[in-house]
Design a protein around this ligand. Structure first.
Ligand code: SF4
Length: 153
């Protein structure tokens, strides 16, 4: 009986831990790299790892919204920024998030030189393919992080 209770407790603790990985894109309104960052994060949090990740609205975080800060402070976070300005990474760190990995769309695009990914409001088919590939890469890293952190729980 005691073993079962311990097992249930550990399982619940693990599920809570796993559900708390935050993946946060920059806002990047009007820029294709910003749109790609947002769409990539949505692929991760709504499709690929929907049971283990969630996103947080960066605008709420920046304006000091209590609930948004509470979701991030002290939690493992992954940021996805459009460019070297790193708006998401900087804001998440400022809010107390533990940023384990900072991604930038601009780095992904270096591997797809000459490709037209779209505009600030609409991606091309090629743009969507890059987003799919990028989301897969981020998801693989998140699984690695989860496995690493699982060892320390
Ligand atoms: S990281 Fe770059 S693209 Fe994203 S919001 Fe900041 S300036 Fe815009």
């Amino acid at each position: 009986m005691i073993l079962r209770v311990i097992s249930l407790y550990l399982n619940e603790r693990w599920m809570n831990f796993m559900a708390n990985i935050k993946v946060i894109p920059c806002s990047g309104i009007g820029k294709v790299f910003g749109l790609m960052a947002r769409e990539t994060v949505l692929q991760v949090t709504n499709k690929l790892l929907k049971d283990t990740t969630e996103t947080v609205c960066l605008a709420h975080l920046v304006t000091g919204d209590y609930e948004a800060k509470e979701k991030v402070e002290g939690f493992t976070c992954i940021t996805v920024d459009g460019c070297p300005a790193l708006c998401s990474a900087k804001s998440v760190e400022l809010a107390g998030g533990i940023v384990k990995k900072k991604y930038r769309v601009i780095d992904e695009m270096r591997q797809h030189k000459g490709i037209n990914a779209g505009t600030g409001t609409e991606l091309t088919d090629d743009g969507w393919l890059i987003v799919d590939e990028f989301a897969m890469k981020i998801s693989e890293k998140i699984v690695e992080i989860i496995e690493e952190e699982q060892k320390n729980v």
